[in-house]
Write a new protein. Structure first.
Length: 256
């Protein structure tokens, strides 16, 4: 599997990392200079790395026993949220990047994953199935109180991301990439991607990007084709960027 960066017009495609295994859940820092992601080699657990855009280097950050996933940079870039099964079940941890000091934020027997900081750094949203196992909901954790409150979603939901202005939340709504306007609770279902992946919001909050899978039938048989869809949230216009190699495209995230 390979990880690339690309401009919204499809140009300047650059290889970031490549592995005989899997790469998951990328997340850019607010300044666009670092990329955190999980990498899993054969017969190993996922570990979290940070890619430095300027130096083009990767550094191992989280190598705890268990599955280490879904990193998210704090707005000032000094801390990293992530989920880990180091304690047995999946919980959310926060690491101070300058010295590696780590604290556990959730301690439930349920599954807590996919944390994502709010842009003011005072809270984060995440996915939990603490009410019903296997039926996740989205919660907002407040750092000042340590309390988590449910977001106004319904049904099977996961993979939340708040916009920079805090007005919208992108997430997976059932099997659809969706965006909610938080002040009204209005949900815009963008597409059923065929990959069960969420949309991700641009830094301006005016656009969403999500992957799509389609099938192409020819005399040689049927093959899956991957593409990225970039959609305006104000005018409902969109365009696609197709994979050069014809393979699947997963987990897009906006940088700067």
């Amino acid at each position: 599997m390979s990880k690339y960066s690309i401009r919204p017009d499809g140009s300047d495609r650059q290889l970031i990392d490549q592995i005989n295994g899997y790469i998951y859940a990328p997340a850019w820092s607010a300044d666009g200079q670092r990329l955190a992601y999980s990498k899993q080699a054969p017969r190993q657990n996922p570990k979290i790395y940070i890619y430095d855009r300027k130096n083009k280097t990767q550094r191992l950050i989280v190598n705890a026993e268990g599955s280490n996933m879904s990193a998210s940079f704090s707005p000032d870039g000094q801390k990293l949220l992530y989920s880990s099964t180091v304690g047995g079940n999946a919980d959310i941890y926060e690491m101070r990047l300058n010295d590696g000091n780590t604290r556990q934020l959730t301690t439930l027997s349920s599954t807590e994953v996919q944390p994502s900081y709010a842009s003011d750094g005072k809270s984060f949203v995440y996915t939990s199935d603490k009410v019903r196992a296997g039926r996740p909901s989205i919660y907002r954790y407040d750092f000042a109180t340590g309390n988590a409150t449910p977001m106004p979603t319904s049904g099977y939901v996961a993979s939340p991301q708040l916009s920079a202005d805090g007005q919208r939340m992108a997430y997976l709504n059932g099997r659809k990439a969706a965006v909610m306007t938080l002040s009204t609770g209005q949900v815009t279902n963008l597409a059923e991607t065929g990959l069960d992946e969420p949309a991700r919001l641009s830094p301006s909050g005016q656009y969403a990007v999500y992957p799509m899978r389609s099938s192409q039938v020819s005399s040689q048989g049927t093959r899956n084709i991957g593409s990225l869809v970039i959609r305006s949230l104000s005018g409902n216009t969109s365009y696609s960027i197709n994979s050069d190699a014809g393979g699947m495209v997963r987990s897009p995230i906006w940088g700067r």
